[in-house]
Design a protein around this ligand. Structure first.
Ligand SMILES: Nc1ncnc2c1ncn2[C@@H]1O[C@H](COP(=O)(O)OP(=O)(O)OP(=O)(O)O)[C@@H](O)[C@H]1O
Ligand SMILES: O=C(O)C1=C[C@@H](O)[C@@H](O)[C@H](O)C1
Ligand SMILES: [Mg+2]
Length: 168
């Protein structure tokens, strides 16, 4: 079975939903942020702070291009869509699911002062507006997550994937 790759804004629920989905579908779970941490052995924010945005994005791409998984749920970092090579690699053997969440909800969930893959003068809203068209470009399936629990989102992803698989 193809991988299920979750993309979306930071705090949209990719890691939470990914783990729930992994249990519900009895598929393995991988998180690209955890793979980066494993390789670098340092916090992702330290990579961005110390080495800069471009270095972080390069490391993220290197890690993703090495992924060789099947039958897995893959939760990604929110900035993965900046790399076309990464997205094409993930799409080769994966169905890409965009967890679309309203800006106000994302803003409420992210902790103040959190680092993202962004230029110094970009606000969270700038990131949301910049990334939304990229998430939509790469998505095979878009889930509207507004006012749904993580469990409801996971159940919806499962139902859609099962319906697609049943239809051939
Ligand atoms: N549908 C939901 N409803 C309410 N809270 C949620 C929902 N999905 C996730 N959360 C909460 O939002 C927070 C962020 O979730 P999570 O870490 O899964 O996001 P993420 O997309 O993996 O973010 P990142 O890009 O930073 O890795 C967590 O506290 C989680 O419990
Ligand atoms: O959306 C982002 O810019 C990021 C999200 C996190 O998952 C990490 O991948 C990193 O902190 C960058
Ligand atoms: Mg995550």
């Amino acid at each position: 079975m193809k991988n299920i790759v979750l993309i979306g804004m930071p705090s949209s629920g990719k890691s939470t939903v990914g783990k729930l989905l992994s249990d519900k579908m009895s598929m393995a779970f991988a998180d690209t942020d955890a793979l980066i941490f494993k390789r670098e052995n340092r916090a992702l924010r330290d990579i961005v702070n110390n080495d800069g945005l471009d270095a972080f994005l390069k490391i993220q791409q290197e890690v993703i291009l090495k992924i060789n998984l099947t039958d897995s749920i893959i939760s990604t970092g929110g900035s993965v869509v900046y790399s076309e090579a990464s997205m094409l690699h993930l799409k080769q053997n994966g169905v890409v699911v965009y967890l679309e969440e309203e800006y106000s909800e994302i803003e409420g969930r992210v902790e103040a002062g959190r680092r993202f893959a962004r230029n110094g003068d970009q606000t969270l809203l700038d990131l949301y507006n910049e990334r939304t068209p990229l998430y939509l470009r790469y998505a095979d399936i878009t889930i509207k997550c507004s006012h749904k629990s993580a469990n409801e989102v996971a159940q919806e992803v499962k139902s859609i994937i099962e319906a697609l698989n049943a239809g051939g």
